[in-house]
Design a protein around this ligand. Sequence first.
Ligand SMILES: Nc1ncnc2c1ncn2[C@@H]1O[C@H](COP(=O)(O)OP(=O)(O)O)[C@@H](O)[C@H]1O
Ligand code: SF4
Ligand SMILES: [Mg+2]
Length: 319
Amino acid sequence: MAKTVLEVKDLKMYYFTSRGVVRAVDNVSFELKKGEVLGLAGESGCGKSSLGFTLMGMPTPPGKIVGGSVKIDGREIVGLPEDVLRREIRWQKISMIFQGAMNALNPVYTIGYQMIEPLIYHRGMEKEEALDRAMRYLELVGLSPEIVYRYPHELSGGMKQRVVIATALILEPDVVIADEPTTALDVVVQAQIINLMKKLKKELGLSMIFITHDLSILAEISDRVAIMYAGKIIEIGDSQKIYYEPAHPYTQKLLAAIPRLHEDVDKLEFIPGQPPNLIKPPSGCRFHPRCPYAMQVCREQEPELKEIDKDHHAACWLL
Ligand SMILES: Nc1ncnc2c1ncn2[C@@H]1O[C@H](COP(=O)(O)OP(=O)(O)O)[C@@H](O)[C@H]1O
Ligand code: SF4
Ligand SMILES: [Mg+2]
């Protein structure tokens, strides 16, 4: 049995805005094993990125972790002072490929300059040694090492995304969070990046959380899948089970909304309504206003995640 590299329990991260408290991550629990890819999916606004930032110990202001635990390789990181997080945890133990990071590369510095910064800061490397390592990581992600001397505008979107991936891996973190790493890319480049991630998983034994709103991508890469709705994980388990025997009505709807090439487009479903406002989420099951099976109990009481099969949990009163 592979060891657990990430253990999240009852995690809560709320944004304290002037309009009210946004409960973006609300009682989230899951585990990630060494070498495993956990796909995290759900409509836009359900809290996927918020969860990613929280796991990095850096919720975006005005967000604050208000409860729960995050253990990386057995070490609790909730409550650690910022300087310890920066020195010992972030990028070294857990790193993140931010959504849109490839467009946030600094245009005035070379790729090499941007890649060696963490090596100099965290590992105290000399510039030469750091550049050497940056070149090795560029090769690992399928780029020419010479790219260290190039500027971001000289690279294509796919190349920039590879640079961002290499940078997230350069300190050899235990866990990598990839937030919509293919969303801004065209379909062909998307497939190349997915293949790269699969290769890295195999060669480096990477443990990864792969975030996307696109469930069709997750089938390719995930060992396990977690579905998030309105700040909560509502179904989690072995990816085959999630795909072929989805238990939660929300997961079923999400899957029915994936356009598959061989299927009749007329049969495509969509989910009526929108994800709720997380300042005042619906009572009981947060999905009840959109659920075709909603019953009285759904409006009144929140269903908990229950084991319905081996490595398959879902939170729904129907089960
Ligand atoms: N900095 C912030 N301040 C206040 N609310 C935020 C902030 N960032 C995200 N939110 C809110 O938190 C919820 C979850 O957002 P997000 O984590 O970005 O979802 P996803 O990544 O699944 O699209 C949304 O309701 C969003 O409006
Ligand atoms: S608990 Fe009720 S409202 Fe929620 S998904 Fe299940 S049936 Fe639908
Ligand atoms: Mg997001």
